[in-house]
Design a protein around this ligand. Structure first.
Ligand code: ZN
Length: 90
């Protein structure tokens, strides 16, 4: 998985709260990344528990907070699980 980049200079982020290249304060970005991770973890847990609608909502919120390609795939999986739950139309 590709590491996130500094929103100012596009350098790859390390664990340092300040960008090593441009000196930007990265704490707000890191807070969003952590929140996105937390929401995706909760979405995966909801999927395992069979709560597809809640999983989709959590995955959608994660993408709004900190979008990632893996988050997009998780959202697609949640949408498929939700569609599989829907009653068949006559
Ligand atoms: Zn930077």
């Amino acid at each position: 998985m590709e590491r996130p980049r500094c929103p100012v200079c596009r350098a790859r982020l390390a664990s340092d709260p300040t960008c090593g290249r441009c000196g930007a304060d990265l704490r707000p970005v890191m807070t969003l990344l952590v929140e996105g991770h937390r929401l995706r973890s909760a979405a995966r847990r909801a999927l395992r528990e069979g709560a597809a609608a809640r999983a989709r909502d959590l995955a959608r919120e994660a993408q709004a907070v900190a979008a990632s390609p893996l988050g997009a795939r998780l959202l697609a999986v949640c949408a498929l699980a939700l569609a599989a739950e829907a009653p068949a139309t006559p």
